[in-house]
Every structure is written in structure tokens, then in C-alpha cells.
Design a protein around this ligand. Structure first.
Ligand code: PEP
Ligand code: MN
Length: 338
């Protein structure tokens, strides 16, 4: 943490700040320049809110020079975290593809889609049984009955299963059926939920919040890691911007940024990231090129009649085309896709 004093700051104001920090156990390196005095705060500054210093008399600015997260950072752990589940490793050379409908709707639906995505090379089946919907009148998901169908389809077609839990009460039932537990964008800062997820061992798929900065997202991951669960996969799923042509703005730059800041794997979700079927393939290609460790894609055999997110769900033949195209891109960046 660095504190830059105002040009007019007097000795008393500078000493007051040094005393205050000293009382909290920090040591301060003072450097007196021609115009400004700069104070370097030494110690575990993650506990300090820079704004508490910015408002003190005589202070021009105060900001961090190190990140507030620890366990998720590359400094803490240099090597990439590999999440191994059965015969799949997330975060290694192979780019994993998670595909399936937005929601599980019936046995026939999930079996049809699982067979299709598996034959094209997806290794993880996605589908929601507990759905976070903006309207209470929209389809809310099939609940545990849906989880049973998802598991049945995943087992039949040799896929892993990822599905969402919306609160801590749903953790145990979702863990019973799923291989990966998804935390939806709307829950990224549900801190009691994140703390509970720190106490379980199932890998957590943490979607970026709709209006979350990368730092806030990594701090949410920090809750889970510091709680004891090291198996976290991050997912960029688009953020809200002023742009209205797409449902969300897929923040592709988050992929290389997260790769540099953190050792955790990152997956891109161009389906929620754009909200429009015809934008999914180009943004999936771009995500792979940007270095994503995986893709999450919504696919439906009859998207026009889907109970949720039909407009962003690919037709089966589009999914085959996507897989073909991203295999080519993976090759040129020395990665592979099944
Ligand atoms: C989903 O994956 O179906 C979903 C609801 O995603 P998000 O939380 O990113 O909106
Ligand atoms: Mn969806």
C-alpha cells in the first residue's frame, strides 16, 4: 500500500498517519520528495481499505500495490492448478468442452442432447435442474428429478456432469449427482454460500458476476480456497455493459488477465456471454484463441421450443461445426480438443 501526501501536508498530518498504521502493526517507509511525501506501508495490507486512508487530512491518494487476494494468485502458487475428475483434467493441454441445454426438461430431451454432444467430443454435460430465473413466472427447473435425469444421461454417454446449486441448502443434493457444482453469476457474491462451498470437496465452477470486476471475482474464489476447497474453475460468462446488441458483453480480455493473475483454470461461456445463437461460434473460436481452458456451450435439439435460453442455444449441427473449427484453432496454439 502506498500513501501519497498532498503537497501542503504538514509534518503533524504525516506523523498522525504513521502513528495510526504503527498502532495496527504496520511499519512505514517514509520517502520525502521535492513536492510530495510518499509513505510505503509494509505488512499484510489486505486487511486495510484504501479509502480509510484516502479520507484522512493531508492525503492526496492511497492505493494498493499488491492484490488483496492471496491463495488464488500466481505469486502464491506458480504452477497451473489442474482439476482432475475421473479421466478428465481441466487446466491442462486439453481444452474441455461442456455442452448441453440451459435446463433439463425431460428424459427424451436430455438423452437426445447428451448423445449428440458426446459424439462430437464434449466431455462434460451441462444442464440446470435448479434455475436462477429473472422472473418468478418463468420455468424454475425440474429440481431433484432433473438431477436424476442428468446423471442418467451423463452415465449413458460417458460424460461428466456439471449443474448449478443456488444456495447452501442445495449443495448436498447437487453433490450427490454432479461432478462439478456450478455457482451462477447472480450468486458470485453470496458470501455465506461461498463459505459453505469452501467446506466441501466437489470442484466449484464459479461464474463471473454480471457486474463484477475481475478483482471481485477472484476475491470470491479466494473465499472458497481459503475455506479449504482448492478445486475452483473460473468462468467468464459476459458482463453488463452499455451495449444492447448482445445480452451481455463477453469479456475476452478477462481470459489472459486471469491466466496471468491466477493459477486457476478459466472457461468461457459464449452462450450467456452473447445471448444470441449466431454469435456463439465466433466467440467460442475467439475464446479458444485467447487461451481459455474450456468452453461452456448451450445446445438444444429443438431450441425454438426450449424452456429457457432457446435463442442462445446452438442447433446440433452448429455444435458439430463449432467442434470442428475449434479443433483447428487449438492445434495452432499447441492445445488439443477431443
Ligand atoms: C446457466 O449456466 O444456465 C446460467 C444460468 O448461467 P449464468 O449464471 O451465467 O447466468
Ligand atoms: Mn442458460
Amino acid at each position: 500500500m502506498v500513501i501519497i501526501m498532498e503537497k501542503e501536508a504538514d509534518v503533524k498530518q504525516i506523523e498522525q498517519i504513521i502513528d495510526k498504521l504503527d498502532k495496527f502493526g504496520f511499519s512505514v517507509h517514509r520517502s520525502t520528495g521535492v513536492d510530495h511525501t510518499v509513505l510505503g506501508v509494509i505488512g499484510d495490507t489486505a486487511k486495510i481499505d484504501p479509502r480509510d486512508l484516502q479520507v484522512l487530512p493531508g492525503v492526496a491518494d492511497a492505493h494498493r500495490i499488491s492484490a488483496p487476494y492471496k491463495m488464488v494468485s500466481r505469486e502464491f502458487k506458480h504452477n497451473d492448478t489442474l482439476i482432475k475428475i475421473k479421466d478428465i483434467t481441466i487446466g491442462a493441454e486439453e481444452i474441455v468442452v461442456m455442452a448441453g441445454p440451459c435446463s433439463v426438461e425431460s428424459e427424451e430431451q436430455i438423452m437426445t442432447i447428451a448423445e449428440k454432444v458426446s459424439s462430437d467430443g464434449a466431455t462434460i454435460l451441462r444442464g440446470g435442474a435448479f434455475k436462477p430465473r429473472s422472473s418468478p413466472y418463468s420455468f424454475q427447473g425440474m429440481g431433484e428429478k432433473g438431477l436424476k435425469l442428468l446423471r442418467k444421461a451423463a452415465d449413458k454417454y460417458n460424460l461428466l456432469l456439471i449443474t448449478e446449486a443456488m444456495d447452501k441448502e442445495q449443495i448436498s443434493v447437487v453433490s450427490e449427482y454432479a461432478d462439478i457444482l456450478q455457482v451462477g453469476a447472480r450468486n458470485m457474491q453470496n458470501f455465506t454460500f461461498l463459505k459453505a462451498l469452501g467446506q466441501v470437496r466437489i470442484p466449484i465452477f464459479l461464474k463471473r458476476g454480471i457486474a463484477a470486476t475481475i478483482e471481485e471475482w477472484l476475491m470470491s474464489a479466494e473465499y472458497i480456497l481459503s475455506g479449504g476447497n482448492q478445486n475452483v474453475i473460473l468462468c467468464e460468462r459476459g458482463i453488463r455493459t452499455f451495449e444492447t446488441y448482445t445480452r451481455n458483453t463477453l469479456d475476452l480480455s478477462a481470459i489472459p488477465i486471469v491466466k496471468k493473475l491466477s493459477h486457476l483454470p478459466i472457461v468461457s461461456d459464449p452462450s450467456h456471454g452473447t445471448g444470441l445463437r449466431d454469435k456463439v461460434i465466433p466467440m467460442a473460436r475467439a475464446s479458444v484463441a485467447a487461451g481459455a481452458d474450456g468452453l461452456m456451450v448451450e445446445v438444444h435439439h429443438d431450441p425454438e421450443n426450449a424452456k429457457s435460453d432457446g435463442a442462445q442455444s446452438l442447433f446440433p449441427e452448429q455444435f458439430s461445426e463449432l467442434m470442428k473449427q475449434i479443433r483447428g484453432i487449438a492445434k495452432v496454439i499447441n492445445r488439443k480438443i477431443r
